[in-house]
Ligand binder design. Structure first.
Ligand SMILES: [Zn+2]
Ligand SMILES: [Zn+2]
Ligand SMILES: [Zn+2]
Ligand SMILES: [Zn+2]
Length: 382
């Protein structure tokens, strides 16, 4: 994915894929399920994978395979993003980077086969090649074991309790192959492959023109006082949002934008990080933007109650910022739909998540280094 020329942006789309394609050996980019860890050693531990705000275990959100061409030590490179989905918090986010040379202890020197493996069945992999045991619930490092059978591994007391209630209470004394009997704990996000396409750089102006004429067309019918109001509130906020909407409308299904060293697009002029807001890497290098997730809040209803939020009323309401902001399927990307985030009640929520990583992508050995996520919410206050 990082092979594209400098400055171009690649878009990620969520697609269904057979389970084998999402395993570590295939170097997948994916949303949900368990992490397909790249290096099998030096995984982040339970302390690093707990929410910095509420302390509970984070859920794996997505990973990107993003090797750096020309860098022997980053022939394979993965970014792993985790988020808190424990209500009422649902706010913590952490991201980790890992990279490996082509010749390493865990993978073949040759590219993986594109054919499905012959073996049938798809047991959940809970032990890595390094010997590391993974939590049965979340697929992260599981240093704790069940005190009865000593064979079920967990990241935390919380996940042990969840597994106990989900069937380990019965399976503990009898199971010969625990790995084949992992229940659905209702903790993981649904799993999808992330398919990457380069953004078409030609169409934006066409869309912008179309939108302009749409707005002008609508203006003709608007009462005069509304036009005044719109002119007054013509602002940076509007420009930022218009740019965001235009970019997204081009490919409404996009769930992420990848462009190492490019500039992210923001949904609002508020809460855009300044240079000093993004901490340097512990190696001393600056961190640069690498990718962003685009996700709408879906919990608020459009004031116009129309099926299309591109209507005049919507634009006006947004410009005057007096009414809760709304989002629309036809305008906004759909990651939360894929994640079925409503399933657990209060959902994860954000406008834009932007991930910043070490500009040098510094050497790590086989370990995982924490990088930096910036969260931009959609605000509904003026
Ligand atoms: Zn939390
Ligand atoms: Zn766990
Ligand atoms: Zn047990
Ligand atoms: Zn660094």
């Amino acid at each position: 994915m990082a092979a594209a020329c400098a400055g171009s942006v690649e878009l990620g789309f969520a697609e269904e894929a057979p389970a084998w394609r999402l395993r570590s050996e295939q170097f997948p980019s994916k949303v949900g399920g368990r992490p397909a860890w790249l290096s099998a050693a030096g995984l982040p531990g339970p302390a690093e994978l707990s929410c910095a705000l509420c302390g509970r275990p984070l859920a794996f959100l997505l990973q990107l395979y993003a090797p750096l061409p020309g860098r022997a030590d980053a022939f394979h490179r993965g970014l792993f993003l985790f988020c808190c989905r424990a209500p009422p918090c649902c706010a913590g986010l952490r991201v980790f980077r890992n990279q490996l040379p082509r010749k390493n202890d865990f993978y073949s020197y040759e590219p993986p086969s594109e054919e499905p493996p012959a073996a049938t069945g798809d047991p959940v992999c809970l032990q890595l090649k390094s010997g590391a045991r993974l939590c049965r619930v979340c697929g992260c490092l599981g240093p704790k074991t069940c005190s009865r059978c000593h064979r079920a591994h967990y990241c935390s007391k919380e996940h042990q309790t969840l597994d106990w209630r989900s069937g380990h209470k019965q399976a503990c004394t009898q199971a010969d192959n625990l790995d084949n009997t992992v229940p659905d704990h209702n903790f993981l996000f649904p799993e999808f492959e992330i398919v990457i396409e380069t953004e078409d750089e030609i169409t934006p102006e066409v869309v912008e023109k179309e939108e302009e004429s749409e707005i002008i067309g609508s203006m003709g019918e608007a009462p005069e006082e509304e036009l005044d109001s719109m002119a007054k509130h013509e602002s940076r906020e509007d420009k930022v949002f218009q740019k965001f909407k235009t970019k997204v409308a081009l490919e409404p299904e996009q769930i992420l934008r990848y462009g190492r060293g490019t500039a992210p697009i923001w949904i609002s002029a508020e809460n855009i990080p300044q240079e000093e807001d993004v901490p340097d890497c512990p190696c001393g290098a600056k961190r640069i933007f690498e990718f962003q997730l685009l996700t709408p809040e879906r919990s608020r209803q459009c004031v116009c109650k129309a099926t299309s939020c591109l209507c005049w009323q919507f634009l006006l309401d947004h410009l005057t910022s007096t009414i809760p902001f709304c989002t629309d399927k036809s305008v906004m990307p759909q990651l939360l739909n894929y994640l079925k985030a409503d399933r657990l009640g209060r959902s994860v929520d954000w406008g834009v998540l932007a991930v910043f990583t070490c500009a040098e992508s510094c050497r790590l050995g086989t370990g995982y280094a924490e990088e930096f996520v910036w969260k931009q919410d959609i605000t509904d206050t003026p």
